[in-house]
Each structure stands twice: as structure tokens, then as C-alpha cells.
Design a protein around this ligand. Structure first.
Ligand code: ADP
Ligand code: MG
Length: 451
């Protein structure tokens, strides 16, 4: 039994789950877990505290066990336990810069704790090709001369093509030069802003954001649809931009397609440089895989790398996921990675998603996963509160995102009346603007669906 294998296998399980789960769920609960050991019967995984263990057991045990089986090919009993010692999060926390320490007012919360950087996301680990060259050069220029070259810098691409990677690389570079850097997702921005309004602390909020030299806002398409939040963002943007501070924004679409966004905000985004990232060509995909295999210290034939690169085309995250699974499989089964075994494993993997044509089934799966139910529960007669809520969320997404007719939705949901569907979807639609929790949940589910 090898500890490093347990770690690899678990990493592959996480890679798999990362593709399926809403990002906040993944980041909060799964990312900090670690595969520790395994034997004939059981597979041991550690989480940072008993709260996390409990949460995972209650809400995710089944999904974890299933994915572990899929990845390892064995029927382990999964054992979750509290991590024994050490500071789990220490490595992830960026150090406050000297200038930061001096200038920060005593009441301002430390900026760096809002979102720590992923140590993997550096300029060095970013493989360049024709599809991302412009975005990379722009990001590097911004990191070198923040506020001076392209301001704002607006990066957009489909999912899993390196936007977050580049944003964090910029952030880390600037932070290492002693600048105050803030990386937030637009969801975090929305939540903080709404909390500030509720607690009447918008002045503190403004002051805190105004003190930032480099602001990185990830996935701006998820900025709340509420006018107030756009207003808040608009002022934050202006404050920073007028002071010559750098703003970097990412999104899954160009500014002109940010539909519910106010024109004045959209036009601000167009002031600087807009750079898109396209899906990488075959050569770049192969280079990314070779690079990654190198980091994992595994040997891989070029023909295997080429095969994976040919099969997974549109999403670098999935590309990495495929590689992780190959590595986990070969270590667990103690076999070499051959063309044949690669083909077999790739065939078992989920097909790619095409964000332009989401299958209703995918919505059912993601909603069920989020609420820790099965797709069957959504279809069935069960009227418990939790199932009813999940079902209404599914109705809402099918109607408002896929634009299906209520009759069709009723049929898909196990033969329900169209008036039930209209009522359910309408109820959620009303709550999305009123209820912060629902809004957040739906954002997370949507993100997972369209990821
Ligand atoms: P996005 O934010 O666009 O959805 P991410 O930045 O999260 O995508 O990238 C997904 C994964 O793919 C990350 O692990 C990232 O490091 C990796 N990745 C994307 N593009 C590249 C690249 N050009 N070179 C190396 N890794 C990449
Ligand atoms: Mg991202």
C-alpha cells in the first residue's frame, strides 16, 4: 500500500467531482480533503475538521463512494476522518505585503484572506499557443505595469480555458511586488455588497475596495442581476480606475453579450483591452498534457498524449481530469499506461458538454447533486420540503434557462401538470431576487451546469 497512490487516486476523484459540482461546494468542502491510505476494504480520506467530515458524510457520501469506485474500479468502503495535525490551509494563504501592513487601517479586514491564490496558477505553468497568446501577453503586461497598459483588461473564454489561471497569475505577481491585490468572484462581490447594504456598512465596503491597487473580478457574468449591485460595481470600478489602479475582469462572454448588465458598465469594460481565449489546438493541448505529466512525474508515450489530446478538445480542465485519471488508474492497478488502456479509460469517461445545447438531463443531475438527492427523487411523488424545493429549482432552470414550455417540463418531470410547473418556476423566480440563499444556490448550480 502506498500513500502517494492514495493521494493520486483521491486527486483523480476530486478532479472528477470538480467537473460536476458547483464551484463553491467543491472549493469549500472537497478541495481541502486528502487521500491518506487504503487497504483491501477501505479507503481513508481526511478532511480539515469534524464539521467538514460530518457535512461530507451527510451530503456527499454516496457521490464520493460512487466516484471512488468509478476512478479506482474497486468497491472500497470510504472512511472519512478528521485530519490529524498540521495547518491545513497554511500553504494557500498569501503573505500580506509590507506596504499593505503599513497602509491598512486597523478596522479594515485583511484583503488577502478573502480568496487565497492557487499556487499552481502561475505564468510559468501556463502553456502558450495561438489560442491564448494575446491573453497571456496582455496578462503579463498588466502584471508588469499594473494600471499603466491595459486598464481594464477583460478576458473572456468558454469554461476551463485558463481565465482564472491568468487572473491569479497576475494577482500573485503583483502581490509579490508588494501591491495590495484583491481577487474576488463576482458572486463574492455580490454577497459582500449585499451584506454591506444590509448592515449599513457600504462606506466601509467602498473604503476597503478603494484601497486596492489591483482588483481581479472573476466570472463577471455572475454579478447579481440586481441593479443595486451593478451600481455598486460601477462605483467601485470608477473609484479604482480614476485612481489609476488596475482592474482585471473575466467572463464567459464578451462585454456586448452581458445581457442584463447596464450599458454604462458594459461600455466601461470596453475601455481597455478585450482579449479572448479560444480552445487550444492539438499541439497546445499536447504541450499542456506533457507539461502536466512532467509535474506529476509520470512517463507517457507521445502516442498516448496525442490520443488524450485528440479526444478532449474544448476544455483544458477536462484535459487535466483525463490525465489525472489515467495516472490514478495505472498506479492503482500497477499497469503501464498504454494506448489500449488509455482508450478504455477515456471511453468510460463522461462525454464533453456543449454549453450551447444543454440537455435537460444535465440540469436534473446537477440539481439533484446539489441537493444531495437522486434524479429519481425529482421525478417521483415525494413532497418533502427539500425535494419540493429542488424540483422547483429544476423547473425554474428548465423554463428560464432552456426556455422549454411548461407542458414539456411537466412531462420531463415525471408527468406533472403544466400549472404546477408554472407555479413552481414562478415561485423560484420570485425568490431569486428576494432570497440571498436561493440566489447563491442557483448561481452555483448554473455554474456547474454550464461549466
Ligand atoms: P476558466 O477560469 O477559464 O474556467 P481555469 O483557469 O480554471 O479556466 O483553467 C482550468 C484548468 O486548466 C486549470 O487547472 C488551469 O491551470 C488549466 N489550464 C488552462 N489553460 C492552460 C494553459 N494554457 N496551460 C496550462 N494549464 C492551463
Ligand atoms: Mg474560472
Amino acid at each position: 500500500m502506498s500513500e502517494s497512490t492514495a493521494r493520486e487516486v483521491w486527486r483523480a476523484v476530486l478532479g472528477d467531482l470538480q467537473l460536476q459540482l458547483p464551484r463553491p461546494t467543491y472549493e469549500t468542502w472537497l478541495k481541502p480533503t486528502e487521500g491518506i491510505s487504503y487497504d483491501e476494504l477501505s479507503f481513508v480520506v481526511e478532511a480539515p475538521n469534524s464539521f467538514a467530515v460530518e457535512w461530507l458524510e451527510r451530503r456527499m457520501y454516496h457521490a464520493l463512494q460512487k466516484t471512488l469506485k468509478k476512478v479506482s474500479g474497486r468497491d472500497f468502503e470510504l472512511q472519512l476522518q478528521v485530519k490529524s495535525e498540521g495547518d491545513f490551509y497554511a500553504v494557500e494563504k498569501a503573505l500580506p505585503s509590507p506596504s499593505q501592513t503599513v497602509s491598512a487601517t486597523p478596522t479594515a479586514p485583511p484583503l488577502f484572506e478573502i480568496r487565497s491564490f492557487n499556487p499552481k496558477y502561475t505564468f510559468d505553468s501556463f502553456v502558450v499557443g495561438p489560442s491564448n497568446r494575446l491573453a497571456l501577453s496582455a496578462a503579463k503586461a498588466v502584471a508588469e505595469f499594473p494600471g499603466q497598459t491595459y486598464n481594464p483588461l477583460y478576458l473572456h473564454s468558454g469554461a476551463g480555458l485558463g481565465k482564472t489561471h491568468l487572473l491569479q497569475a497576475i494577482g500573485k505577481t503583483c502581490a509579490s511586488m508588494g501591491m495590495s491585490v484583491l481577487y474576488v468572484t463576482s458572486e463574492q462581490f455580490t454577497n459582500e455588497f449585499i451584506t454591506a447594504i444590509r448592515n449599513r456598512t457600504t462606506e466601509d465596503f467602498r473604503r476597503r475596495y478603494r484601497g486596492v491597487q489591483v482588483l481581479l473580478v472573476d466570472d463577471v457574468q455572475f454579478l447579481s442581476g440586481k441593479e443595486q449591485t451593478h451600481e455598486g460595481f460601477f462605483h467601485t470600478f470608477n473609484d479604482l480606475h480614476n485612481a489609476g489602479n488596475q482592474v482585471v475582469i473575466s467572463s464567459d462572454r464578451p462585454p456586448r453579450d452581458l445581457a442584463p448588465m447596464e450599458d454604462r458598465l458594459r461600455s466601461r469594460f470596453e475601455w481597455g483591452l478585450i482579449a479572448d481565449i479560444q480552445p487550444p489546438d492539438l499541439e497546445t493541448r499536447m504541450a499542456i498534457l506533457a507539461n502536466k505529466a512532467d509535474q506529476l512525474h509520470v512517463e507517457m508515450e507521445d502516442s498516448v498524449i496525442e490520443l488524450i489530446a485528440k479526444r478532449v478538445q474544448r476544455n483544458v480542465r477536462e484535459l487535466e481530469g483525463s490525465l489525472n485519471r489515467m495516472v490514478a488508474y495505472s498506479q492503482l492497478m500497477n499497469v503501464n499506461i498504454t494506448l489500449e488502456s488509455t482508450l478504455q479509460i477515456l471511453n468510460e469517461m463522461a462525454p464533453e458538454t456543449d454549453t450551447r445545447s444543454i440537455d435537460p438531463q444535465r440540469i436534473f443531475e446537477q440539481v439533484a447533486l446539489f441537493y444531495a438527492l437522486s434524479v429519481h427523487d425529482l421525478m417521483a411523488k415525494d413532497r418533502t420540503k427539500k425535494v419540493a424545493l429542488a424540483r422547483q429549482v429544476a423547473m425554474y432552470l428548465l423554463i428560464y434557462e432552456l426556455e422549454l414550455t411548461p407542458t414539456k417540463v411537466g412531462r420531463l418531470l415525471g408527468g406533472r401538470d403544466h400549472s404546477t410547473v408554472i407555479h413552481g418556476a414562478g415561485k423560484i423566480n420570485g425568490e431569486v431576487t428576494e432570497n440571498g440563499q436561493i440566489r447563491q444556490d442557483i448561481l452555483a448550480i448554473k455554474e456547474a451546469i454550464f461549466a
